[in-house]
Ligand binder design. Sequence first.
Ligand SMILES: *Cc1c(COP(=O)(O)O)cnc(C)c1O
Length: 361
Amino acid sequence: MKINLNPNPSPASDADREAKIAAGGFGKYYTDNMVIAEWSEATGWGDAELKAYGPLSLDPATSVLHYGQEIFEGMKAYTQPDGGISLFRPEANALRFNSSAVRMALPEIPVADFVAAVEALVQQDRAWVPKNVGESLYIRPFMIATEVGLGVRPANHATFLVITTPASAYFNPNKAVTVWISTEYVRAAPGGTGAAKTGGNYAGSLLAQKQAAEQGCDQVVWLDATERRWVEEMGGMNLYFVKGSGADATIFTPKLTGTLLPGITRDSILKVAADLGYKVEEGMISVDDWRDGVASGEITEIFACGTAAVVSPIGAAKSAAGTWTTGNGEPGPITQKIRETLLGIQHGTIEDKHGWNVRVG
Ligand SMILES: *Cc1c(COP(=O)(O)O)cnc(C)c1O
């Protein structure tokens, strides 16, 4: 896929850009440019174009608007100590994008083309990459079904886009979040789309998120659809439980059953935790195991992880069956250690033993 460079002729002024970066938050301001490419069943992928960020013009009968056939990714670019910029495991995002595409009956995009599109945009808009540790340029590649028509079938036309937004810390890393364990709603069911990064999974989660807020909680925890017993994820993040403490601690995460989203942060933490000398384990944990483990002191720390927030400590958990708190509600030492190590690798201050960072210029 060739990328035709046709950048924004009137990018933001230095002052405007700096003010928008300094404003922090998540997804409030977008950079000067975007990448767009079109696919049709008849001709495959056309050239991509890097051009000024701006609105799309869609026929009201465009299929994505009706049937939600769409996928997305979330990844980041980080400033390095020498002032350069790195992406973190971009091929992993490309591979997951393609598995989401297969599940949602959208076309795959060659891994090299996906990565090249992201690199071209980050290079073009490099002045937008924040400089401080914990800040980054969040990159949102996505694909929408753009066949025009209300017939229900896999679209024969699709549009791939990449947009970017400067991001500061998503959650306050020093404040544990409280979670509502939903037994009423589920995020994903066996045979469904839980392992695909698709908007519909999020649309279906919003009511439970609202319910969590009504319960005074920050986030919702999802259980398995069948038994409403096994802990799967928190909001749009994977979960980790620390059992024991100190060098003997075990870092445990729910295994990928097909209904969980296979997080790249989750996968990276499995490796980082092992590098740090902790035992790592993937398995099943029930709500009862959670409550009992916290009560007995076996579970010492809990955190959620994902690209946007990196690592986010979890304090109190609330469900229809009661409330229980891990530790003193503050982020624990192992949570902090893992967070700092991962951030250090991403920002180039800790050795990248796994070759995860990909330099962009
Ligand atoms: C994106 C996402 C995650 C986290 O994935 P990362 O690759 O670590 O960012 C976890 N759960 C859900 C439901 C997601 O959509």
